[in-house]
Ligand binder design. Structure first.
Ligand SMILES: C[S@@+](CC[C@H](N)C(=O)[O-])C[C@H]1O[C@@H](n2cnc3c(N)ncnc32)[C@H](O)[C@@H]1O
Length: 264
């Protein structure tokens, strides 16, 4: 059932990653499929800039979700995908970031497999990669962060839902998705399990979008800083976050040079 090229057959569903926001972070394959799409079911996180690349005649269906809650139920999304594919349409399922990461891809694949609908998958740049690049930091670093963990914080309000001792090992980078509301508890648990109060935390709000804001903080202050941020927001915890200072220095360089020139 699975296809491996970007040809888009009638009656097929393409589940495509829309990346973190900027349209030029889409893959070529995503763009080629978007150009052929006849109906699109899209999430709240798909940016206007990306949506603008769809053909004018493509029917747009908003199945967006906020804070883990779908405005259209997951079951209904599966039914809609099957419904439009059975009409012989080229159906695009456009998801923010990468469709395989915290995007309930498995449930949608189940619906397609059960209905015998052909589908293809196209990866996208996940928020972790996009936000790290925007901040100018690596996610792993030799001798410092040999592990990288992607964690959904939706269930984080329950302190028992994670192995905090394991997550508090210092030689790793933690990336929390959907974590703003739970950041107080995340910070508290990590400190209780051994990480220092000044352990670095990078908050990337609206990463790879015109409204992007980045704040470097630490475990003891992160929740207070995050309270003033809007979503989507990605939380990157670990020593790699300190490299954001290099990016800040680089961005300030032209201003510093200009000031020096003016003074001379
Ligand atoms: C339901 S998850 C979807 C993740 C997506 N599939 C991906 O690979 O990036 C939504 C969470 O991803 C993160 N996120 C997605 N896009 C983001 C962006 N542009 N800037 C910051 N965080 C983002 C936020 O933590 C948000 O709450």
């Amino acid at each position: 059932m699975m296809r491996f090229n970007q040809a888009f057959a009638a009656g097929e569903v393409a589940l495509v990653g829309a990346g973190p926001g900027a349209a030029d972070l889409l893959t070529l394959r995503a763009v080629r499929l978007m150009e052929q799409a006849e109906v699109v079911l899209y999430d709240r996180l798909v940016s206007d800039e990306v949506m603008a690349l769809l053909p004018a005649k493509c029917r747009r269906i908003d199945v967006g979700k906020k804070c883990g809650q779908h405005s259209v139920s997951q079951q209904r999304i599966g039914e809609l995908l099957v419904h439009y594919a059975r009409q012989g349409l080229r159906v695009l399922r456009l998801k923010g970031g990468d469709p395989a990461i915290f995007a309930r891809l498995g449930e949608e694949l189940d619906a397609l497999v059960q209905a015998g609908i052909a589908y293809q998958l196209v990866p996208g740049i996940s928020a972790a990669s996009g936000c790290a690049a925007a901040a100018g930091i690596p996610l792993t670093e030799r001798g410092q962060a040999q592990q990288l963990r992607f964690i959904s914080a939706v269930d984080q309000h329950s302190a028992t839902s994670q192995d905090w001792a394991d997550l508090s090992a210092p030689n790793q980078t933690l990336v929390f998705y959907m974590g703003t509301a739970a950041l107080g508890e995340i910070s508290q648990q990590l400190q209780q399990h051994g990480l220092a109060a000044d352990w670095p935390v990078l908050l990337v709000q609206q990463g790879c979008r015109p409204q992007q804001q980045i704040q470097l903080t630490d475990l003891q202050s992160a929740a207070a800083v995050a309270a003033s941020l809007s979503t989507p927001c990605l939380i990157i915890i670990g020593q790699v976050a300190l490299r954001y200072r290099q990016q800040q220095a680089r961005l300030q360089l032209p201003t510093a040079l200009q000031a020096k020139e003016q003074a001379a």
